[in-house]
Design a protein around this ligand. Sequence first.
Ligand code: ATP
Length: 432
Amino acid sequence: MNNLTPLINTALSKELHALIYHLGYCSQQGSFKTYAVGGFVRDLLLGRENRDLDLVVEGSAVDFAKSLLKILPGRLRCYERFGTATLVLSKGIVFDMVTARKEFYAAPGALPSVEQSTLKNDLFRRDFTINTMACALNTETFGRLYDFFGGRKDLEKGIIRVLYKLSFVDDPLRIIRAIRFEQRFDFVIEEDSLAMLTRAINNRLWEKVSKERLYNEVRLIFREPEPSKVLTRLDELNLFHEIFPRLVFNQQIKSRLQRLERVLTEISLNKLPKNWNYLVLYLSALFYELTEHDFKFLCHLMRLKREERLNMLSIREKIPFILLQLKTSDLSSSRLYHFLEGLPEEGLLLIMALAPEPHVQKHVLFYWDYLVKKTPSITGKDLLEAGIKPGPVFNRILKKLHEAVLDEKISGKEEELGFLHFLINNEIYAEE
Ligand code: ATP
């Protein structure tokens, strides 16, 4: 099959399918030549959808992107100097556009110099053969597969292969990428490529890359479905300790990460809280036993954002105590709420991975599914109407009411009002 139209028509969601055809139409109208390349084509051939679409544009990617923006609502960022543009659409669909170009690397790890050239040249600078395929999008050639470097065969055989001998020297980050793809797809790194990869590791080539680029690549490991496999392989290839100095990848860490992966697949996705962050979650598990000093050092190396760092610190400080409390099976709802309230959401997932006891899992799920939504219907307005003056007493009364609602001692506004008057009459709220 040298035309991917049937796959495009069957393997993609409705909206991405419509967008792809739309891209083709716009290319044709604007006299651009546009190709979907890299991960999108690879995943399409594997029957998967990749919503991060890399496009190579013969002509100017920036002009093409600007023409798209007239029709598709989204956020556009253009980098005129590099001839690239990114259009972020709704529902996690992103178009990354580059102008077809030829590159050479002045020194290992340096930024590429850019000059206009053809599709084949653009594909040649990519990391592995499986990522070098392109699919034409222009209406008249729509769906045509371009496979200059044997990517399809390697994909079918499950092989990660670099395109040329000095690939890892030109960009040592490909070492980590090779391992990531190998583990994600259960592929193998082809023999010669593996020899080049181990040589690159032995020659410490990753040191030539800026720490920022290196750790940006490392962060991607934690977006994989099974980061534990990637980290295990990094360790086998003697790279783990170089990336995470002061941390030993032992069986305990590995099992903890595996339990976390299991928790994430076992909890149905709609149950998961919305705002959690993969990096905070996995790094909290990975750095769990480090001393505070080493923990902070590695957080700094990973270039965590302030909020990520603060959440990790909070998880680290709170979890040991919470774990102890949650092991008690007869915990009242309000006590449970009290312990878990304020813990970052990643912390809740981590608890489930750290404590295998079924009742701890139950506690967390009960908190998540039920307790967080259970709030009193009485508000500050009701308290004012009941004659309570604003001040610390307000919070104390609301807290007592909340506890009574959580423990199901009262239910409904009427009972809450009754309880409020009981508190006021007996001045119970005055106690701490
Ligand atoms: P993923 O499924 O992880 O998003 P992807 O293949 O789409 O995988 P990206 O990191 O989004 O990966 O990169 C897009 C494309 O850019 C890749 O398919 C690859 O062709 C190319 N690429 C990315 N990083 C490099 C690199 N360091 N060296 C060469 N090519 C690269």
